[in-house]
Design a protein around this ligand. Structure first.
Ligand code: COA
Length: 153
């Protein structure tokens, strides 16, 4: 098990991890201003990050999630998402959302395993928002798939 804690105001965010999930430093900086950063630690080392941001009165979005390469595929991502679900539920929000690329096959699997359902597509989001084309799993990343976890009321 990893320890998950909120990053303090005066601490540096784990940039290497944040940029693993989102190659645009400018976009990451924009959501860090109003986002809450949680870090996952193992033996004092930061091995994961998840950033939550309120996007509407009853809605929180996972803006970024990343696990360092050597620790991937061991359940750390699932633990970070479970923590986000717990925190959001405790605070009385109705929905937790996440967006990912059409080419992010493993992430789409992971989010659905964690209880998220596909609710929409933002067509050409990545073409509009990023200067360089992104390729993953032999696919051009062009559309953002929107997923949502709904809390029972
Ligand atoms: N290859 C194959 N399967 C993968 C995978 C990969 N690279 N990454 C995740 N999975 C699948 C696993 O099969 C696992 O399913 P299982 O439990 O049925 O075996 C499931 O996803 C959960 O994996 P988990 O170990 O909890 O995830 P993780 O700790 O590797 O974290 C990410 C997942 C996406 C956060 C991590 O891979 C990462 O940091 N990727 C780079 C950044 C990124 O893409 N962020 C998301 C942007 S939308």
């Amino acid at each position: 098990m990893i320890q998950i804690r909120k990053l303090k105001q005066d601490e540096q965010p784990p940039w290497e991890l944040l940029l693993l999930a989102d190659p645009s430093r400018m976009i990451v900086e924009s959501y860090l201003k109003r986002g809450v950063v949680y870090v996952g630690e193992e033996s004092g080392d930061t091995i994961g990050v998840i950033v939550l941001k309120e996007t509407a009165k009853v809605v929180v979005e996972i803006m970024n999630i990343a696990v360092q390469q050597s620790s991937q595929n061991k359940g750390v991502g699932k633990q970070l998402i479970a923590h986000a679900i717990e925190e959001t539920s405790k605070r009385g929000y109705a929905r937790l959302e996440i967006g990912t690329g059409n080419s992010s096959i493993h992430q789409l699997k992971l989010y659905q395993q964690c209880g998220f359902r596909i609710v929409g597509v933002d067509f050409d989001y990545f073409i509009r928002s990023y200067d360089e084309p992104i390729y993953e799993n032999g696919l051009l990343c062009r559309d953002m798939i929107r997923l949502c976890y709904t809390f029972e009321s």
